[in-house]
Design a protein around this ligand. Structure first.
Ligand code: NCD
Length: 311
């Protein structure tokens, strides 16, 4: 089985069968990661560059670990410590790296569409590790994997995505993926943080009342307020946001069923999620991080396989 695509630029361009293949392959890699020897020789002789033009903790470490577990050679690039600060263009930077015989590019960039642009100009396979407010495909894949692991399937499951929908690439990739896999999706948050067209354009339900959203869903995927992407005042204060949309253990206990709490990280504790909710047994936040490595191994393995056959 092979992916229908050479790059992983977003979930939007994937077929449901691609998503299924990635999730199933990740299940096998997760099993490898439970063994005493977690390393497999699969990507020996494949060289991967991790190009991070934006801050990252989890995603970057997760990709790096996935590459190491697959025995790939890796190099890490941090924009702030590079010649980008001397005025070099994105394309020049990447072409210089590729001329040193690099096979794959994992890339995070603050400009939406940056990996799509690169994919039209370079021969290497590209994995989007987050582009601006557009997509974060491996996050959506690991979220789906974690839901499937917990609930058995995605089909018909009710997922509420709560918070700053407007500026979140995690929200958009999750919506595309869950829709393709037959889940029901609701977005919830203050009206100023939810795009007005989202209901018609993406076929999701919209809810402005936190309690109603939580009562409806099986899973709440809670997002951070992306203050770094907001250049106007969209709500009065973080304190007020927290009062209206912050989730704590008391709110969860008052529901008539036990829902699952997810968060892509980084959590702003006390804003969107209190510590007693984030650390409760309903939370699968650390399982999400664990599953991220298996998902990224699956993506890299499948894209490298496609490349080998194409050549
Ligand atoms: C997210 C991101 O960078 O888009 N984090 C992540 O990759 N785990 C979400 C965020 O920054 O809030």
């Amino acid at each position: 089985m092979q992916l229908s695509t050479k790059h992983l630029l977003g979930i939007k361009g994937l077929l449901p069968s691609d998503i299924q293949l990635i999730l199933d392959t990740a299940t096998q890699f997760k099993e490898v990661l439970q063994r005493p020897i977690k390393k497999v020789p699969t990507l020996r002789d494949v060289t991967i560059v991790n190009l991070f033009f934006e801050n990252s903790t989890r995603t970057r470490i997760s990709f790096e670990l996935a590459e190491k577990r697959l025995s790939a050679d890796t190099i890490n690039f941090t924009a702030s410590a590079s010649s980008v600060t001397k005025g070099e263009s994105l394309l020049d930077t990447v072409n210089n790296i590729l001329s040193m015989k690099v096979d794959m590019v994992v890339m995070r960039h603050s400009a939406s569409g940056a990996p799509h642009f690169l994919s039209q100009h370079i021969p290497a396979a590209i994995v989007n590790a987050g582009d601006g407010i557009n997509e974060h495909p491996t996050q959506a894949l690991l979220d789906a994997f974690s839901i499937r692991e917990k609930l058995g399937s995605l089909e018909g499951k009710k997922i509420a995505i709560i918070g700053d929908i407007m500026h979140s690439r995690v929200a958009l990739s999750n919506i595309y993926l869950l829709k393709k896999m037959g889940a029901e999706i609701m977005v919830a948050g203050p009206p100023t943080l939810i795009p007005v067209y989202i209901k018609e354009a993406l076929g999701v339900q919209v809810e402005y009342n936190l309690k109603k959203a939580l009562e409806w869903c099986d899973v709440a995927n809670v997002l951070r307020i992306q203050l770094e992407r907001q250049n106007q005042v969209l709500f009065s204060s973080l304190r007020e946001y927290s009062l209206a949309y912050g989730i704590n253990k008391k709110i969860l206990d008052d529901l008539n069923k036990e829902i699952i709490i997810m968060h892509p990280g980084p959590i702003n504790r006390g804003v969107e999620l209190s510590s007693d909710a984030a650390d409760s047994k309903q939370s699968i936040i650390l399982q999400q991080v664990e599953n991220g490595v298996a998902i990224r191994m699956a993506v890299l393995y499948l894209l490298a396989g496609g490349k080998a056959e194409a050549n």
